[in-house]
Design a protein around this ligand. Structure first.
Ligand SMILES: Cc1ncc(COP(=O)(O)O)c(C=O)c1O
Length: 400
């Protein structure tokens, strides 16, 4: 008898972590390698946030946290939803989790039974499908390509719905494409969902603060208030406040669902580190002005990537509205040969070629459910991003 559970056979290790590991191994072996595979800002956590954590520790706030989160943070989250998203939540309608990822885990664990379907537009963030699979649900993948700017259309959503559909996932701005939904996009999807009251909507806003060219960020429940009681809105301190290592995520949603998610969390890990929770209070309630500067820096890097990759043989790079990723299409490189005589048959071949010849770690589109593309994260120093794009240009020019 195997020690391992059957459900574990349904999931795979994170491909983004695998690329990072391969890049780091090559680096350790003395190669000139840069990884643009990871999804975390390269900025330091703001000083006032770090200070709040130190103060909390000195006050003795070092004990078990309440599973639902400390009241001060739940208040700060409710205020944040009101301030940024025009959403009214009581503190019983919000929860605090160990990073945004655990919102997904708690929600799926609390709601999915074997065979329940979850509609996930592709390309998607890699963890969506694996968490659904781990919780014994069935991901229903809907391909959303370049022609639709990587966004699901009402027609495609309607076609994917069955009596078994439990959740519909939305992520804007998106990982891996940076594409973002407008109020009009959301309203059109809401019209479909209104006809299907058995479906709950999961909305991932973790890149909310990182939008460009004056893009007007909106969240789904804000533009479809009639569906707020069926919507779970996920957010986190990780990306917007450069707090990936602090592990603070949060969500707003219907009180019964939040209660059950808290129950899952209380048995899984008790709760989010109380020190991190006090840091999150400072992040959400403190000065927000640094965000503008960070976004300007990201936008400069996005513009470099889009411009350089669009001048690269065989690539087509759409301009993302947000997040810190570009998702160029490599269709023009397929079938070509590398100088070593290997044919590029897939986007994975392409990414291996770029890593092995030019030392740039990027993630193949198949990992996010839509080929033939790659994801490049420009959350790295601007000159590094520019140098990596030049290396990709060189590698593509060498293909025949
Ligand atoms: C779309 C998306 N949602 C959620 C998360 C989870 O973030 P956290 O680090 O807070 O768990 C990520 C992290 O990469 C992400 O890209």
């Amino acid at each position: 008898m195997s020690l391992l559970a059957e459900r574990l056979k349904r999931i795979k290790p994170s491909p983004t972590i695998a690329i990072n590991t391969k890049a780091n191994d090559l680096k350790r072996a003395g190669n000139d390698v840069v990884s643009l595979a990871a999804g975390e800002p390269d900025f330091d956590t703001p000083t006032h946030v770090v200070d709040a954590a130190i103060d909390a520790m000195r006050r003795g706030e070092t004990k078990y946290p309440p599973p639902a989160g400390i009241p001060e943070l739940r208040e700060a989250i409710a205020s944040k939803f009101k301030r940024d998203n025009n959403l009214e939540y009581s503190i019983d309608e919000v929860c605090v989790t160990v990073g945004g990822k655990q919102v997904i885990f708690n929600a799926m664990m609390a709601t999915l039974s074997p065979g329940d379907e979850v509609i996930i537009p592709a390309p998607y963030w890699v963890s969506y499908t694996d968490i659904v699979l781990l919780c014994e649900g069935e991901p229903i993948i809907v391909n959303c390509g370049l022609a639709e700017n990587f966004k699901i259309t009402p027609e495609k959503l309607e076609a994917a719905i069955t009596p078994k559909t439990k959740w519909f996932f939305l992520n804007s701005p998106s990982n891996p494409t940076g594409a973002a939904y407008s109020a009009a996009d959301y309203k059109a999807l809401a019209e479909v969902l209104e006809k299907h009251p058995h479906i709950s909507i999961f909305v991932d806003d973790v890149y909310e603060h990182i939008v460009y060219d004056g893009f007007n960020f909106v969240t789904f429940a804000e533009v479809a208030p009639q569906l707020k009681e069926r919507t779970l809105t996920l957010n986190a301190c990780s990306k917007g406040y450069s707090m990936t290592g602090w592990r603070v995520g949060f969500a707003g949603g219907p009180v019964e669902l939040i209660k059950k998610m808290n129950m899952v969390q209380s048995q899984a890990c008790t709760g989010t580190s109380i020190i991190s929770q006090w840091a999150a209070v400072a992040a959400l309630e403190g000065d927000q002005s640094f965000l503008k500067e960070w976004v300007q820096t990201f936008q400069k890097r996005r513009d470099i990537c889009v411009s350089m990759l669009n001048q690269t043989n065989g690539l087509e790079c759409p301009t993302p509205e947000g997040a810190f990723y570009v998702y160029p299409c490599i269709a023009g490189c397929l079938g070509k040969q590398t100088p070593a005589g290997k044919t590029i048959k897939t986007d994975e071949d392409f990414c291996n070629y770029i890593l092995e010849t030019e030392g740039v770690g990027i993630v193949h589109g198949a990992a996010f459910g839509l080929e033939p593309f790659f994801r490049l994260s420009y959350a790295a120093a601007t000159d590094v991003v520019q140098d990596c794009c030049a290396r990709i240009q060189r590698a593509c020019a060498a293909l025949i």
